[in-house]
Structures are given as C-alpha cells and as structure tokens.
Ligand binder design. Structure first.
Ligand SMILES: [Zn+2]
Length: 98
C-alpha cells in the first residue's frame, strides 16, 4: 500500500540531489582541484554512499587509463597521417579564403 511513499522517503540516506552535487565534485577531487573542506565532505560522503564510491572508482580508473595511453608515443604511421591531414586542412582553408 505504501510502496510509493517508501520509495521517495529515505531519511537515513543522502538525497539524489546531494549525490549529484558530490558527483560533480568527484572530477575536481581526482584532479586535486577541490578545497580542503570540500574534500573532507566528499570523503565522508563516499564512505557512506556506495553508488558514489563506485562512480568515483570508475572515474579514477578511466583517468588512469587515459593518462597511460596518452603517455605512450603515437605510432609513427598514425602521426604522419595526422600531420598530413592537418596540412590538407590548412591548404583547404587557405584556398577557400583566397
Ligand atoms: Zn552519493
């Protein structure tokens, strides 16, 4: 009978809006761009909120993967192709302008 009511009211759990706020901060937290007070609040939230903690882990893992793939030197062939394409674009731009 009271299913709908039970779903919307969860007194001991942070609200979705609160989580959305924290999820925005997670990006800055990972980049170490978050203030000391905000860090503390976020850390406390992650301890109590499993969904947010999972998203934090995911974001951190993704960032590590991206950082690693960027650190690798691009294959020579690929780099040449990109450079060639850049030159073509530049030529296209100059011909359209002229
Ligand atoms: Zn949360």
């Amino acid at each position: 009978m009271n299913d709908r009511h039970a779903m919307t009211v969860s007194s001991d759990h942070p609200s979705d809006a609160e989580c959305a706020d924290y999820l925005e901060q997670i990006v800055f937290f990972i980049d170490n761009e978050l203030g000391e007070a905000d860090c503390e609040a976020l850390r406390k939230h992650l301890e109590t909120c499993n969904p947010c903690l999972e998203k934090y882990d995911l974001q951190r893992t993704m960032k590590a993967v991206v950082a690693r793939s960027c650190a690798e030197v691009a294959p020579r062939e690929l780099r040449d192709r990109v450079m060639l394409r850049l030159q073509q674009v530049r030529v296209e731009i100059t011909t359209t302008e002229a």
